[in-house]
Write a protein that binds this ligand. Structure first.
Ligand code: KG4
Ligand code: ZN
Length: 333
């Protein structure tokens, strides 16, 4: 992979993590993440206004820690999609630094950051490969022809996989964010204890998690205090992992790929990592998944994606905006 020759500062503030990172010579030098999870826990989800204010408080200390007194050679920042007030904090900081230090600046799409996060640890990733993107807001099956050229093969028709974890965790009284809490509770549980649905969709590569959410609500109401939280967590995790794995296998059967990648916050889930690793191995395919710290939101992935685009000579002016919703760039049909 050709990266930008020099240190790229990455900035990420699209949701509830304030993050800054340095990526240089194909290596993550620093990746500082300040999470607002404790702030939003009392509301059971991210409150946009509170998130933006918390980014304002965190951005300078996070930048200082990531830069370690160094001046980078370029700046990459997430500008879409996400909470506009939250995004604006990282984008303002990035524009100010790029202007002051006269550095090349590049705006990065958050999901492209997740897709290219595998390059931080595996620069020799092969193309075209199949990528499962699973986060709090997105669940997509993407054919990655090369960095910057993507084909969307399937996506959720309702909730994202991360939302299914988070909503289940809330119903089980496990707090926010729920993915890691479900994983930890599930470690002691029996995944066959409660029967939960694996929804079918009219397009075999799409996904749907709203029926699962309803089924979990019914289960909690029916069992009341008799509910075994570890068994319920294990059953929910198994339902989500099964649904995701089924679509991935279907896509792998339809077309020969150079490998399989798993990215986004839910890619930190151990059961999902193990399951897809096994399936890829069974097919003799390489499997790439970032370390958990590079799966959940972080600025290293933004610096990596920015570095790839900067290396191709791409630059953003100072006039780009923040966008709440935005399609993945470079999509072909
Ligand atoms: O990519 P991400 O950090 O933020 C978004 O772009 O949305 O993903 C956050 C999501 C949350 O729903 C969180 O519960 C989930 O990733 N998550 C996990 C795990 N760690 C984070 N889900 C399952 N297992 C985990 N270990
Ligand atoms: Zn994300």
């Amino acid at each position: 992979m050709t990266f930008f020759p020099g240190a790229v500062l990455g900035l990420e503030s699209s949701c509830d993590e304030t993050s800054a990172a340095l990526f240089e010579s194909g290596r993550v030098v620093t990746n500082v993440v300040s999470s607002q999870a404790a702030l939003h826990e009392k509301w059971g989800g991210v409150v946009p206004e509170a998130a933006a204010r918390a980014h304002v408080e965190a951005i300078v200390p996070v930048l200082q820690e990531a830069l370690q007194g160094r001046r980078p050679d370029a700046v990459a920042v997430t500008n879409r999609p996400g909470l506009v007030g939250a995004l604006s904090v990282g984008v303002s900081a990035a524009k100010a630094l790029a202007m002051l230090w006269e550095l090349p600046l590049i705006a990065v799409h958050h999901i492209e950051g997740h897709i290219l996060s595998v390059l931080a640890e595996a620069p020799d990733v092969a193309f075209p490969h199949l990528c499962l993107v699973v986060s709090g807001g997105h669940t997509e099956i993407v054919e990655v022809l090369e960095p910057g050229r993507y084909r969307l093969l399937g996506q959720t028709v309702d909730d994202a996989a991360g939302e299914a974890f988070d909503k289940g965790a809330r119903l089980f009284g496990l707090g926010y964010p729920g993915g890691k809490a479900i994983q930890d509770a599930a470690a002691q549980g029996n995944p066959a204890r409660y029967r939960l649905p694996r929804a079918t969709t009219s397009d075999p590569l799409d996904l749907s998690f709203s029926g699962l959410k309803t089924a979990v609500l019914r289960l909690v109401e029916k069992e009341g205090p008799a509910l075994s939280v570890p068994d319920a967590a294990a059953s929910l995790q198994a339902a989500i992992v099964d649904a995701l794995a089924q679509r991935v296998l279907h896509a792998l059967d339809r077309h020969p790929y150079a490998g399989l990648s798993l990215v986004g916050g839910v890619a930190a889930n151990q059961a999902l990592r193990t399951r897809l690793a096994k399936e890829a191995e069974r097919r003799g395919l390489p499997f790439w998944v970032p370390s958990p710290g590079l799966c959940t939101d972080n600025a290293a992935m933004v610096a990596v994606a920015g570095s790839v685009r900067l290396a191709r000579g791409e630059r953003s002016g100072f006039d780009f905006d923040c966008e709440a919703a935005s399609p993945l760039p470079g999509q072909i049909t």
